[in-house]
Write a protein that binds this ligand. Structure first.
Ligand code: SF4
Ligand code: SF4
Length: 456
């Protein structure tokens, strides 16, 4: 589990070097998958329950302590004990992990219990199972939609179709579907010349910076589904920023990080995707690349959830060498100084209302954007508080959870409304959806601001 920093401990001058991030060795004296020592560490303080955003708005949800250590004990005393179906109401925001003072691996317990519930107890012909499977496998829908993006955009937001989806599948019609890009990130990447072009751009940048031409600067980009199919501008910004620092970028074969699958208990699907991702990233890690993700839920999956849940060759090496995109530059470059000397080019906003995703909090990155951009001339990035956005990936797309999702997000919406900026900023694509839905603001990724500041 992450040993996340609290906001007051954040020091942009001495960034998180990854040394304190130990997602694998949660239980050093036991097998990786033995949850007993974690369950035994629970001393029933209920801090996790008071930090659970779902429990705050849903009186029927028994909370993380019950979902984790208590269910685990019941299961140990009676092997036939059924997993309580309320485990499906946990949004997998992972805030309870962060809150527990005793290091109980709550989200690992929830993911394990949810996987067992779905595999052993859930009716595979039920509407809920079918709906959850479709939502969890967003990559499959997005792949087909991206072949006909204009048609898909029109169809997915056609009123009668949305009404029908709500009535038959239970996908809320309250939200606008995100638009599919007319050119995916991978199409842009291939058209641009792929790795060969990136190598050339990186060499030119190293020359401009007075660095050795053969400097060992190379990263493997885990763009995830959303940057590929919906917001390729985030992926392009990542590539351009990294190349400007002299890094060669590769975009290896990859599938979904598995985040929506964990949240829906689809662990077999998640494992299949993880096997592809670990296999291609492990080869590159062996060649000296680091894995970089622009989405904080993707970096969370690769560095914590994979080793907690799966036993795949190379998984520990990939976890240890995975970083969030801005985090990596803070570690390896004098990013603060570069930002201090930069001038923002282009038509991005000057004032941003920033929301730190729950999964960035778990990685100790929740103050990163605000602290980093503090010294950027003419730009103000205001933190809108530490509440959960409420959407938690697929959670807020479920008809029966929509109102709860909006109730959880209420605090964030209010703070956005009071912030000076009318453009939002966050690293998580589904938090961005919720921010846009609740405020009407356009939402940007910190990499887009970095690109505007640092790339000529
Ligand atoms: S915060 Fe940790 S120790 Fe306290 S009740 Fe929850 S799991 Fe147990
Ligand atoms: S992961 Fe989030 S929603 Fe689930 S029990 Fe923990 S705090 Fe509550």
């Amino acid at each position: 589990m992450s040993d996340a920093e609290s906001p007051s401990e954040f020091d942009p001058v001495a960034p998180n070097t990854g040394e304190e991030f130990e997602p694998v060795d949660v239980f050093p004296d036991s097998d990786d998958f033995d949850l007993r020592p974690g369950a035994d560490s629970c001393y029933k303080c209920s801090t996790c329950d008071t930090n659970c955003p779902v429990a705050e708005v849903d009186d029927d949800f028994p909370g993380p302590k019950f979902q984790g250590p208590e269910q685990w004990r019941l299961k140990q005393s009676d092997d036939d004990h059924d997993v309580d179906d309320s485990v499906m109401d946990c949004s997998n925001c992972m805030r309870c992990d962060n809150a527990c003072p005793s290091g109980v691996p709550l989200s690992q317990m929830h993911n394990t219990a949810r996987g067992e519930y779905v595999s052993e107890q859930m009716d595979k012909l039920s509407v809920e199972y079918v709906r959850n499977r479709i939502l969890a496998n967003y990559r499959t829908s997005a792949f087909f939609a991206s072949k006909v993006p204009r048609l898909a955009n029109a169809a997915m937001n056609f009123g009668p179709a949305r009404w029908l989806m709500e009535k038959t599948l239970g996908v809320t019609s309250e939200r606008d579907f995100p638009e599919f890009a007319t050119q995916t990130f991978r199409e842009w990447w291939a058209d641009r010349g792929g790795q060969a072009q990136s190598r050339e751009n990186a060499r030119a940048a190293r020359e401009r910076r007075g660095l050795p031409a053969d400097a060992d600067k190379k990263v493997a980009y885990f763009h995830g589904c959303y940057s590929n199919y919906n917001t390729p501008e985030v992926g392009k910004a990542m590539v351009r920023v990294y190349e400007a620092f002299g890094y060669e970028v590769v975009a290896p074969k990859q599938k979904c990080s598995g985040t929506p699958m964990f949240a829906n208990g689809m662990l077999d699907d998640a494992r299949r995707h993880a096997e592809t991702n670990v296999s291609s990233m492990a080869d590159l890690v062996e060649e000296g690349y680091h894995a970089i993700a622009s989405c904080t839920s993707c970096s969370m999956a690769l560095r914590q959830e994979y080793p907690e849940l799966f036993d795949i060759d190379g998984i520990d090496e990939v976890a240890e060498n995975t970083f969030e995109a801005v985090e990596y530059l803070r570690i390896h470059e004098d990013l603060r100084e570069e930002v201090r000397e930069a001038e923002v080019d282009g038509d991005l906003a000057e004032e941003f209302a920033y929301h730190a995703p729950c999964h960035s909090r778990n990685q100790g990155l929740d103050r990163q954007a605000v602290e980093l951009f503090r010294d950027l001339d003419g730009v103000d990035v205001e933190d809108v508080g530490d509440s959960c956005s409420g959407i938690s990936g697929t959670y807020g797309w479920k008809e029966e959870k929509y109102e709860k999702s909006m109730a959880i997000g209420e605090e964030m919406f209010e703070h956005m409304d009071h912030a000076a900026g009318e453009t939002g900023m966050t690293e998580c694509p589904t938090c961005a959806m919720q921010m846009e839905h609740g405020s009407g603001y356009e939402i940007r990724h910190p990499l887009e601001l970095l690109e505007a500041a640092l790339v000529e």
